[in-house]
Design a protein around this ligand. Structure first.
Ligand code: SF4
Ligand code: SF4
Length: 357
């Protein structure tokens, strides 16, 4: 059976930043995956800057190594992520940029700009018709349509709902707008938290079906009219619109994979790196430092988003001697559901050849 290539370089001590950076340079050189980037091409480097107080995000030094390589090819790289839907320091572009800068993702450190891909509040999205099992139209960051190349840098971690998170999650959830994230997480309509509502009525202005009404100085959403589009969530600046994380974990995973499909089918050239260093129980959205759950493993690179995640899952299982993500998150979806569905809808191959460098 046809196999995708996954390049792998082992890392014994992820705390030795100089050594890891050196190994990353070797991986980039030996895998040859960034060689075809063309002069003047716009290259989005998708990563997660980490929630405030989190320390698991990919070290800016490693990101600079990728940036330097792209600039040496004459390309125009920029770092990007989208706003999140839960409370924290990445809900809007201002807080998000501040968090990125505080974590060292600055022009001074990296020599390239940071761009929050879905706009100030998540308004800069575009519907892509994919007509898949769960998602008919995916709302993804609009800039995706204009880039020449996508480089995805993912920190491989566990996840409360999806079991594990790496390349597929970084793309499917990470390049969806806030509205798209709501669509993946929830199957019911948002609600207004009355105590937070300032009656600014912006949500009423943006609601396309006039589902938000005000009565005796209280705004509420009429569930019989609301289509669950998420526009009000994007508009409200006061955390007064609540989302219920109500989707079943298996369906959430399949929706996330369908979103990854919506993103990737619009980009011809892409390459993926997974960092299996400081592998934590939770993802980098956790607002605190999370300890490692297995010893450091290494860095992977591939042009196949399914194969690289499958190789990561296999290695973590092998290193821990068990399905550690299932043990840590028994309520979460099994890793294989995410991977098998991604393979089924044509995102990539589940079979891979590991090329150890
Ligand atoms: S946008 Fe937010 S604060 Fe303003 S009326 Fe709507 S729910 Fe209330
Ligand atoms: S989710 Fe969409 S349809 Fe429902 S109230 Fe909000 S803006 Fe209106």
């Amino acid at each position: 059976m046809d196999k995708a290539k996954v390049f792998f370089i082992p890392v014994e001590n992820g705390k030795d930043i100089e050594r890891v950076n050196y190994l990353l340079k070797i991986l980039i050189k030996e895998s040859n995956l960034l060689e075809e980037v063309e002069q003047n091409s716009l290259v989005a480097i998708k990563l997660t800057f980490g929630e405030k107080d989190n320390r698991g995000y990919i070290n800016p030094r490693y990101v600079k190594t990728v940036v330097d390589k792209l600039k040496a090819k004459g390309a125009k790289p920029f770092l990007t992520d989208t706003n999140v839907i839960y409370k924290g320091k990445r809900m809007n572009a201002v807080d998000h940029l501040e968090t990125a800068y505080l974590h060292g993702f600055t022009w001074e450190n990296l020599g390239c700009p940071v761009f929050i891909g879905d706009g100030l509040l998540g308004e800069n999205g575009w519907d892509v018709e994919i007509n898949k099992k769960h998602i008919q139209k995916a709302n993804i960051a609009h800039f995706i349509f204009y880039i020449d190349y996508l480089v995805v840098l993912s920190h491989f971690t566990g996840h409360l709902l999806t079991g594990f998170g790496s390349t597929l999650k970084n793309i499917g959830m990470g390049l969806a707008t806030r509205k798209g994230k709501l669509q993946q997480h929830s199957n019911i309509k948002p609600k207004i938290i009355v105590k937070n509502c300032r009656l600014c009525k912006l949500c009423m202005k943006v609601c396309p079906v006039e589902a938000i009404v005000e009565k005796e100085n209280v705004c509420f959403i009429r569930e019989d009219i609301c289509t669950g589009c998420g526009d009000c969530l994007v508009a409200c600046k006061f955390n007064a619109i609540e989302v219920s994380y109500s989707e079943s974990v298996d369906i959430l995973c399949e929706k996330m994979v369908e979103y990854a499909y919506a993103v990737l089918r619009n980009i011809k050239k892409k390459v993926f790196f997974n960092f299996l260093i400081k592998i934590t129980k939770e993802c980098d959205c956790l607002a605190k430092d999370d300890p490692s759950i297995v010893p450091d493993i290494g860095i992977m690179a591939s042009d196949d988003p399914v194969a690289i995640d499958k190789a990561g899952v296999d290695m973590v299982r092998e290193r821990s001697g068990k399905d550690i993500f299932k043990e840590l998150h028994p309520q979460a979806s099994l890793a294989d559901i995410q991977l098998n569905y991604a393979c089924k809808i044509g995102l990539g191959k589940i079979n891979y050849e590991l090329i150890k460098i």
